[in-house]
Design a protein. Structure first.
Length: 88
């Protein structure tokens, strides 16, 4: 099956445009999503993580208490608080 060279060049141009354009859309959209971090300041597990992170930093310990929570959101809030309290 032979392909017309003009048609083949057009298909390549369209494919390249989609690839380049898709990358530009992702680059523009990504920073706006990073600014939407949840406000954990009143979350109890976040506050617990902050306290334990500060305590470990003060006593030069490496994540001395390994906490595990049933909900992923609680685990993420705790870890975010711990890292913030630790100064990371």
């Amino acid at each position: 099956m032979r392909m017309n060279s003009k048609r083949g060049a057009g298909i390549l141009a369209i494919a390249a445009g989609l690839i380049i354009g898709g990358g530009a859309v992702q680059a523009v959209a990504a920073p706006s999503l990073q600014n939407q971090a949840p406000d954990n300041s009143k979350n109890k597990t976040y506050q617990q993580g902050m306290r334990e992170g500060k305590d470990d930093q003060t006593h030069n310990r490496d994540h001395s208490k390994k906490r595990h929570f049933k909900k992923d959101a609680d685990q993420q809030a705790y870890e975010a608080g711990y890292q913030k309290g630790r100064g990371n």
